[in-house]
Design a protein around this ligand. Structure first.
Ligand SMILES: Nc1ncnc2c1ncn2[C@@H]1O[C@H](COP(=O)(O)OP(=O)(O)OP(=O)(O)O)[C@@H](O)[C@H]1O
Ligand SMILES: [Mg+2]
Length: 342
């Protein structure tokens, strides 16, 4: 190994470098130029309006893109190993062992007629190679670890007997069965009511802090992002427009889209009110645009924004913004988002 290889702890668990993803058999480029890193014990939140490319990015990182979708360029690495070219069989060796995933609708990932404990035991066996008896013991430990009281009882219940929050805990247990370094959670708390959502966030935070789990987390709820994430990546129309430490992004947003998004969020449900605050529509997926993809809706847009590609540039400690007019844009101090001190 070369002498400038960074020590393992500082090397990101997940590293996406300049990733572009196409859909519809390569005819449409839905995501481009996405770079992001997740380290052990840290959580990175992806935000941005519907259709901006968050899920495609997660699925690419998990090697589970739908048929017709593919990574066109860039690299995806786990712990320094490039996984962009792996086939499904090679991915299976990574799932559960190095990365686990949870999504919005936990019930749909479980067999409705098989007790959840048995399904978890199978996941443990697949991820660790443990024998049936040892895997069962491990499954019971995992049920307790994810905060399910009465593990022996829960073990024997079928999915229909558990609440949404309990099912999501079971799914998290399955996702971490092989003690992976990374958890991808795409809208994993979206369908849960507020109290349960807070409990799941607390669980994820505990797994991150106590087990050093790296978390890639997608949510429309900026309050949840503020609670859980250290770092935020803002997507707009298939591109990263701003990225930085959560406190910095939520309190000192610099990209006009991030500023508008935060303004909407402070009014309540930002999906419903977005159009009131940001007039116009995002470009359609894959639409070729010479300059900034947000220019048509941006109050600051000038000729320079519409002529050439805008690069993501560093403006401070890990804070990057894709905006040609960054110097002219007011620093909006947002006090709507105060991250609770730990
Ligand atoms: N399997 C697919 N086939 C064709 N187009 C797709 C596919 N998956 C995603 N897309 C398109 O790619 C774009 C990005 O989709 P993606 O699901 O990543 O958005 P998102 O940011 O996760 O949105 P949401 O917040 O609604 O979940 C969308 O325009 C979507 O229509
Ligand atoms: Mg999505």
């Amino acid at each position: 190994m070369s002498t400038n290889t960074p020590p393992l702890e500082t090397r990101p668990v997940l590293d996406l470098a300049d990733v572009a993803i196409s859909v519809q058999d390569g005819t449409i480029q839905a995501v481009r130029g996405v770079s992001l890193q997740v380290r052990r014990g840290s959580s990175v939140g992806l935000v941005g309006e519907s259709g901006s490319g968050k899920t495609l990015t997660c699925r690419a990182a998990l090697g589970i893109l739908d048929r017709g979708c593919r990574v066109e360029s860039g690299t995806i690495s786990f712990g320094g190993t490039d996984v962009s070219g792996l086939d499904p069989r090679q991915w299976r060796a990574i799932h559960g062992r190095r990365v686990g995933a949870v999504f919005q609708d936990p019930g749909s990932y479980l067999n409705p007629s098989v007790p959840v404990g048995r399904q978890l035991t199978e996941a443990v066996r697949a991820a660790t190679g443990l024998g049936r008896r040892a895997a069962r013991v491990r499954a019971l430990e995992l049920l307790t670890l994810v905060g399910l009281r009465g593990a022996e009882h829960v073990y024997r219940q079928i999915p229909g007997e558990l609440s949404g929050g309990m099912l999501q805990r079971v799914l998290i247990a399955i996702a971490i069965a092989g003690d992976p370094e990374l958890l991808v959670a795409d809208e994993a708390t979206t369908a849960l009511d507020v109290t349960v959502q807070a409990e799941i966030i607390e669980l994820l935070r505990r797994l991150r802090d106590e087990r050093g789990l790296g978390i890639l987390f997608v949510s429309h709820d900026l309050g949840v992002i503020a609670e859980l994430c250290d770092h935020v990546v803002v997507f707009y129309a298939g591109e990263v427009v701003e990225t930085g430490p959560v406190e910095e992004i939520l309190r000192r947003p610099r990209h006009p889209y991030t500023q508008a998004m935060l303004r909407v969020a402070s009014l309540g449900d930002y999906r419903r009110r977005e159009l009131e605050v940001i007039p116009g529509q995002p470009p359609s997926v894959g639409e070729r645009i010479a300059g900034c993809r947000f220019a048509a809706r941006c109050a600051y847009a000038a000729d320079e924004c519409r002529s050439e590609a805008i690069e993501l540039v560093g403006i401070g400690d890990q804070h990057d913004v894709r905006c040609a007019r960054i110097e002219e844009i007011d620093l909006v101090q947002s006090d709507a988002w105060q991250k609770e001190s730990a």
